[in-house]
Ligand binder design. Structure first.
Ligand code: PLZ
Length: 457
């Protein structure tokens, strides 16, 4: 506890001054930590930002040099209700004072049940549901596949182009992008098959054909190549996150889900990034009227604590034998307390509507940006999950990762933290915490507007 600068705020959360201080990053203290890092951490572990965090909350991250940055990343879609959100902190504090861990496999506790009950009630569909808790998104996805395999007695798993499902051996295999996720880390897991995503903006024969043609390719893969009788699960992100906030062509997900139902294939919606209020609904699949067999959640579920879930049909979830599923930390009590604080915050603060409103502001304002060269290929997403795909110019959709890198550099240097995404690294993605003020949201968008203007000069 020796190195915390006592001149900086002692606590985070919404009480932090909600301001942006534009100053060069990294400041001296962050630069000093970067030097220590180089000697202590492996080279391949990277960070998107050069600042080191001191406190965060509302819509800002305050760095160790006392500079305040607008947060358009939420720790990659995690602090949806805000960083150090009061109800989350309060419930965690109460839980931590009583016990921090017993292991649910050893001595169970009520908080786990409450989180499961809430997710069962919130997830789409009026069928009987069960929830099992884990610690990370990858772990939830991996366990969803285990449930699907044991319930169907089949082994094949179907995933899509541009997918991200995690970094464990199985979920890395399910992830589409080679660099940086897979290169050199093979061999990969067997029985993972990939098919095109109905990605309207880049569909070869045009967006209007994306749903039909992508579905035909998918159906061909399952029925003619793998065999439905060998297919345990289809796993899909209702909005692809790391892939660049790709919203599948309307109707595509429904057709895939219906196809799965007809063939007894478990349809898994990976809502690790899109779930828990992010898109203006509890789950992004609600926008398409889909009722998945299983849903994976993590990230936004527990306000920054490592908690993940598989929620779904009781008959599938009950198929695993006693002791077949678990983990030492899975459903940790402090993380469960945090999740209950998240549910409470979303409801008390009307955050579903807030996510929709933030998305409306972002899409409306982005559409007014001056873009003489036509590098804005597409603005897309839902709720507070909005992205801009940058291309070479009007009439040339060649990915433009250089422009993305330039805008990120510009924004970071002026106190706006933004993240990138996309198979080609050419997508800017915006994931503000829903606790951000309108003033900061507009200020952040203003920085982006200036960044695009600077690029055009
Ligand atoms: N499924 C849809 O978005 C995690 C990855 C960050 P974990 N996305 C952020 C990185 O580069 O590792 C993610 C996701 C979807 C699964 C995961 C995996 O979640 O909690 O990171 O394991």
């Amino acid at each position: 506890m020796s190195t915390v600068d006592t001149s900086l705020p002692a606590a985070g959360g919404p009480a932090l001054p909600q301001e942006r201080t534009a100053a060069t990053v990294p400041g001296p203290r962050s630069a000093e930590l970067a030097r220590r890092r180089a000697a202590a951490l492996p080279a391949g572990l990277t960070s998107a930002s050069q600042m080191y965090a001191h406190a965060a909350g509302g819509g800002v991250i305050v760095d160790v040099d006392g500079r305040s940055h607008i947060d358009f990343g939420s720790g990659i879609a995690v602090t949806t209700v805000g960083n150090a959100a009061p109800r989350v902190v309060e419930r965690m504090t109460e839980q931590m004072a009583r016990f921090t861990h017993t292991c649910f496999l050893a001595t169970p506790y009520e908080g786990y049940l409450e989180v499961a009950e809430r997710l069962n009630a919130l997830a789409p569909g009026d069928h009987d549901k069960r929830t099992a808790l884990f610690s990370t998104g990858a772990e939830a996805v991996e366990n969803a596949v285990k449930y699907a395999r044991i319930a169907t007695g089949r082994s094949a798993v179907v995933v899509f182009d541009h997918a991200f499902h995690g970094r464990s051996q199985l979920t890395m295999t399910m992830t589409a992008k080679n660099q940086p996720y897979k290169e050199g880390f093979g061999p990969f897991s067997p029985e993972v098959h990939r098919t095109p995503m109905a990605y309207p903006y880049r569909w070869p024969s045009g967006p209007a054909n994306a749903a039909d043609e992508a579905f035909a390719r998918f159906a061909l893969l399952v029925d003619s190549q793998i065999g439905a009788s060998n297919t345990a699960a289809v796993v899909v992100e209702p909005i692809q996150g790391e892939g660049g906030f790709i919203v599948p062509a309307p109707g595509f997900l429904r057709r895939v889900a219906d196809f799965c139902t007809e063939r007894g294939i478990v349809f898994v919606a990976d809502e690790v990034q899109s779930g828990i209020a992010r898109t203006g609904t509890w789950f992004a699949c609600e926008h398409e009227g889909i009722v998945p067999d299983l849903i994976t959640t993590a990230k936004g579920l527990a306000g920054g604590m490592p908690l993940a879930a598989v929620t779904g049909r009781a008959d599938i979830m009950d198929a695993a034998h006693p002791g077949g599923i678990g983990g030492t930390y899975a459903g940790n009590p402090v993380a469960c307390a945090a999740a209950l604080g998240v549910f409470e915050t979303v409801e008390a603060e009307g955050l579903l509507a807030r996510a929709t409103a933030i998305g409306d502001v972002l899409t409306t304002e982005l559409a007014t940006f001056d873009d003489p060269a036509g590098i804005i290929g597409e603005i897309r997403g839902r709720g507070a999950m909005i992205a801009v795909e940058l291309v070479a110019g009007a009439g040339d959709s060649t990915p433009n990762p250089a422009a993305v890198a330039e805008i990120v550099r510009y924004a970071h240097a002026r106190g706006l933290f933004v993240l990138t995404a996309g198979t080609y690294g050419n997508v800017l993605r915006f994931l503000p915490p829903l606790s951000i003020s309108d003033a900061l949201l507009h200020d952040g968008i203003g920085v982006l507007r200036d960044a695009f203007a600077a690029l055009a000069r």
